[in-house]
Design a protein around this ligand. Structure first.
Ligand code: ACO
Length: 436
């Protein structure tokens, strides 16, 4: 192969006998480079496409935000290992890192926290439409709708190319998601809304809005406040997952960030994504005791249902977030008392990780396997779990959205298809169609 550049892929099209050199960069070829591969030279041949349902092997962007090595179980935000951030950072500092690319100086952090803290209040009219939801409305449904509705309060958010406008919407979205989440919860339990307390930390204020009753000032438990903050850090970004892809996809049409984030939250709602934490607790309750685990695993292996909180598109090793969450669980249980579901979860994990079915498919616990158990111990109702996930993921969604807007290579997201429907045919009037 003398003379052929090294960083290329040689493709021989046996349909035509032609040979092509396709450049390889960063371990990828550009799908558009395949378009030159045609069977016929006339204009009707669109050229070769790739077919990739679920985008299993397609990079949709170049991103500098988070890095995952699924084989080794590594997750980093902007280069920093998730373990170090969970140990030493705060959620708001991590949010700054994701959005700005660097850790803030003390002055930058101060101003960032102040700006977010002063955007926590929501317009009183938003309360009115939360009031309009049925009493048993799922908080995630309320969350998705109210995030979308925020766009009507901030029409300037349409100025997505304006840096100041973008920054203001970022402050608002990070600041207001806990308020929307807590108000949705208070509506579902029939309690009066508790307003933000800007003296408290991000997680502390959220606990205040969730739990405050008649006391003049709510004081969060320090361990639970820190545990929640760590959980938010762990959920803050995870490269091109389903919801972040929805954020980028909708944002690529230049919709405002509230509309794009409502779409991202809707994608997160599904049980195969952020809804899994809720499903894990339901599953553990259904199993009920450790002696019933082998029977349950047998049913999973027969394909009756999936083991929720297990498996991941990218991780083919232990999800590093699950390791951290297991440790946080112990700290939370010291305050709340042990959630008995943990014993079932630990035994379920032990049995699954020794079972050929899970070993050969490289199915390990993911972030959701243990997070629900902590949330439950902290007395969050089941249907709030995906909302908690959404709050944590908000800075990641916004960082992905901003990166997409500033990336000159990005275009409106518009995949191709392989048409498999009928060929052209003439319309048949209804009276000529006969009985079917
Ligand atoms: N339980 C049992 N079997 C499973 C599971 C599971 N949880 N996950 C995957 N498998 C099996 C599949 O049946 C398939 O087996 P086969 O090769 O014999 O057909 C094989 O493992 C590969 O599975 P895919 O569905 O191809 O894997 P994919 O990458 O598309 O799915 C997903 C990833 C959706 C996370 C999947 O593992 C799953 O459904 N897990 C349960 C739901 C869950 O926990 N979701 C949370 C993910 S983390 C997050 O979003 C924050």
């Amino acid at each position: 192969m003398n003379g052929v550049p090294k960083d290329t892929l040689t493709v021989i099209d046996h349909r035509t006998g032609r040979q092509y050199e396709i450049p390889v960069q960063d371990g990828a070829i550009r799908a558009v480079d395949l378009r030159q591969i045609k069977v016929s030279a006339d204009g009707g041949d669109p050229g070769l496409m790739t077919y990739d349902p679920g985008y299993v092997n397609t990079a949709s962007c170049r991103s500098a935000i988070s890095f995952i090595d699924g084989e080794k179980g590594i997750l980093r935000y902007r280069g920093y290992p998730i373990e170090q951030l969970a140990e030493r950072s705060t959620f708001l500092e991590t949010a700054y890192l994701l959005l700005h690319g660097e850790l803030p100086s003390p002055a930058e952090l101060d101003s960032w926290v102040r700006n977010i803290t002063h955007h926590t209040i929501i317009h009183e009219n938003i309360k009115k439409f939360i009031d309009g939801f049925h009493h048993d409305a799922h908080p995630m449904g309320m969350f998705v709708s109210t995030v979308a509705a925020l766009s009507t309060f901030y029409p300037e958010a349409k100025q997505i190319q304006d840096e100041t406008s973008r920054r203001n919407q970022i402050f608002r979205l990070i600041a207001k998601t806990p308020t929307l989440a807590a108000f949705a919860y208070r509506h579902s339990v029939g309690m009066p809304y508790a307003y933000p307390d800007n003296d408290l930390s991000y997680a502390g204020n959220f606990l205040n809005m969730m739990s405050k009753a008649t006391e003049v000032k709510y004081t969060p438990n320090k361990t639970l406040e820190r545990a929640l903050d760590v959980l938010f850090i762990l959920h803050a970004d995870h490269e091109q997952n389903c919801s972040s892809s929805a954020m980028r996809g909708v944002g690529s049409s230049h919709a405002d960030p509230y509309s794009a984030m409502a779409a991202a939250a809707a994608a997160l709602y599904g049980p195969l994504h952020g809804g899994a934490n809720e499903e894990v607790v339901r599953m553990l309750r259904e199993i009920g005791s450790t002696d019933r685990i082998p029977g349950y695993i047998d049913r999973v292996k027969r394909g009756e249902f999936r083991l929720m909180g297990f498996g991941h598109r990218i991780y083919k090793n232990y999800d590093p977030r699950a390791t951290i969450i297991k440790r946080v669980a112990e700290e939370v249980f010291d305050v709340t008392g042990k959630n008995p579901l943990i014993d079932i979860a630990v035994e379920l994990e032990r049995i699954a990780l020794n079972d050929d079915y899970f070993v050969t498919r490289k199915l390990y616990p993911n972030v959701d396997f243990y997070s629900g158990i902590i949330y439950e111990a902290m007395r969050f109702p089941l249907d709030m779990f995906p909302v908690l996930f959404a709050m944590g993921r908000t800075p990641g969604w916004l960082a992905q959205w901003q990166e997409m807007l500033l990336d000159r290579e990005q275009k409106i997201a518009r995949p191709r298809q392989i048409y498999i429907g009928p060929p052209a045919r003439d319309y048949v009037p209804i009276e000529e169609r006969g009985g079917r």
